[in-house]
Ligand binder design. Structure first.
Ligand code: ADP
Ligand code: MG
Length: 131
């Protein structure tokens, strides 16, 4: 397997406002604090958001401030599921399904990331450099 897959990206805005879903997703903190947090990432075409290609990261941590412009170091350690669209005539039902799917993914990721083989990745040199 090619995991963990490492990348460093600059966080930029989509103006899409995932915060409206109560799920902020940084598009590629940092570095400032040097803390390593759990996260889920969506890589793909975002069928819910009219098929724009992106990589979006939801970090399982409450930050005091936004961090647009910061460099985010990401280690992807596994794969959860393919992208799916949520079909409903009613936009609010689509949105509800999207939110519960992401919450389900987040819960699953939290458990997986607590496995010893994943916990030890926090100590990787990859995350040390920006401290
Ligand atoms: P955008 O449309 O710009 O992606 P979002 O509503 O998805 O806007 O919010 C993403 C921004 O929120 C990130 O770029 C980051 O600055 C900030 N943010 C705050 N807390 C988090 C978090 N826990 N995970 C991801 N981004 C967060
Ligand atoms: Mg976002």
């Amino acid at each position: 397997s090619s995991f963990p897959f490492h990348c460093r990206l600059v966080v930029h805005g989509f103006g899409r406002g995932s915060k409206q879903l109560s799920i902020p997703t940084a598009n590629f903190p940092d570095a400032g604090s040097g803390d390593v947090h759990k996260m889920v990432v969506s890589i793909g075409w975002n069928p819910y958001y009219k098929n724009t290609k992106s990589m979006e990261t939801h970090i399982m941590h409450t930050f005091k401030e936004d961090f647009y412009g910061e460099i985010l170091n990401v280690a992807i350690v596994g794969y959860l599921r393919p992208e799916k669209n949520f079909d409903s005539f009613f936009f609010f039902l689509k949105r509800k399904s999207l939110i519960s799917a992401i919450q389900g993914d987040t819960e699953e990721a939290k458990k997986l990331l607590d496995l010893p083989e994943h916990l030890k990745i926090k100590e990787d040199n990859f995350f040390q450099v920006s401290k």
